[in-house]
Design a protein around this ligand. Structure first.
Ligand SMILES: C[S@@+](CC[C@H](N)C(=O)[O-])C[C@H]1O[C@@H](n2cnc3c(N)ncnc32)[C@H](O)[C@@H]1O
Length: 232
């Protein structure tokens, strides 16, 4: 492991805006912050927005700067990447932003019913191989786990360079009659002035250099509807 990475791992443990549950806490399903994020961390009742697979946290930082009246939480398993966003939040005194280091497979352990208002999924690993389909962060197993903590008809945003993941997610939306709020297969062509969509993550910048189109989907997830995998 590089020196820099080691130093970041050490430093991040001291950051008050980073939560690093151990395996036991993550598996127990009963993390001490579950149901208590707004009251105990943000000290308000504002909406809570989470970003899954936040990497270096550019989106969470960008959103938190724009919307001080909302709470934000970036989630990723990679601490050295998360360090960047957490450090920026500390340096800029962005008090409506925190980070949670965990596997998204365990995400249900960390939030109570209807504790989360909105989810952003930014440039997730596309898991293109058919046998890896279940690992896509918009696969039905994940969507059903998000239902356990998202408000009824809570919004999910997906930004991806990957056309297969975009089309797969559209097929899940259509097959389950979910409400599609907006879709575009080329954000920078269709929505160049949309401040929200123009926040660029580390990966987005790399994909743009390769001249890739950036897809975006915004849809609603009903709380009481079991989401079913579309037929191939
Ligand atoms: C391609 S990167 C994108 C990072 C960031 N959103 C961006 O756009 O720059 C995918 C991120 O998702 C995280 N990730 C992938 N699968 C995960 C999982 N199952 N649990 C937690 N994090 C995961 C990786 O650690 C990585 O930081």
């Amino acid at each position: 492991m590089g020196k820099n990475k080691l130093a970041r791992f050490k430093e991040i443990r001291m950051f008050k805006n980073v939560f690093e549950p151990d395996n036991h806490e993550a598996r127990s399903g009963n993390y001490f912050m579950k149901g208590n994020w707004k009251q105990d961390y943000y000290k308000n009742k504002n909406p809570l927005v989470i970003e899954l697979g936040c990497g270096k946290g550019e989106y969470s930082v960008g959103l938190a700067r724009k919307f001080p009246e909302k709470n934000f939480l970036g989630v990723d398993i990679k601490g050295a990447r998360m360090w960047c966003g957490a450090k920026t939040a500390i340096d800029e005194n962005i008090i409506n932003l925190a980070f949670l280091r965990t596997w998204i497979e365990m995400i249900k352990s960390f939030f109570g019913q209807e504790e989360v208002d909105e989810i952003w999924i930014t440039f997730p690993d596309p898991q293109e191989k058919k046998r890896r389909k279940k690992k896509r962060l918009t696969a039905t197993g994940f969507l059903n786990s998000y239902r356990s903590f998202l408000i009824d008809n809570g919004i999910i945003h997906l930004k991806t360079d990957n056309d297969l993941l975009y089309n797969y997610t559209l097929s899940v939306i259509n097959f389950n009659n979910l409400e599609l709020v907006y879709k575009t297969s080329n954000i920078h062509k269709t929505d160049p002035d949309d401040e929200l969509l123009q926040i660029k993550t580390h990966y987005e910048q790399l994909f743009l250099k390769e001249n890739k189109n950036i897809n975006y989907l915004k849809f609603k997830l009903p709380k009481d509807k079991q989401i079913i995998e579309p037929l191939d």
